[in-house]
Design a protein around this ligand. Sequence first.
Ligand SMILES: [Zn+2]
Length: 148
Amino acid sequence: MKKHRRGFSQKCSTLHSDVKKGKMTSGSPRERGVCILCGGEKEGVPAQKDAAISFFRSFRKLLGMEEKHTIACNACLPLCLPKRAVFEKSLSRHRLYAMGFVFFLLAGSAAFGSFPLWLLLPAAIGAAIILLLPFGRYFPAFKTSDGK
Ligand SMILES: [Zn+2]
């Protein structure tokens, strides 16, 4: 990344990428960024923007770090897809765990003949913690040409 980029050339480069995007709508989109696996600055398939990605971006901005696109280069893309699948699987598993946790907490208290409303607070906090656990191994999705 050039530090002293003039406004004019920036305009040119956005225009250029717009043209590129329009041309390549049939294939997978390409972007320059940092590869998530090998860490190299290359051209590759960009990560799909989701809540976690925007969170990490605003976090980096808060720390004053340079904003960079997360991509998967051609060599690493086949390795990235199974990693994403593992993350999605653990996400859906933890959704079940959270539901089970809330269910047992509320059903357990109901079995003792009382259902205090304040119990909803630890139930919500516990469920949130369980749902956040898989994000310790977060892995973004990548737009692939098969439209997935
Ligand atoms: Zn790579």
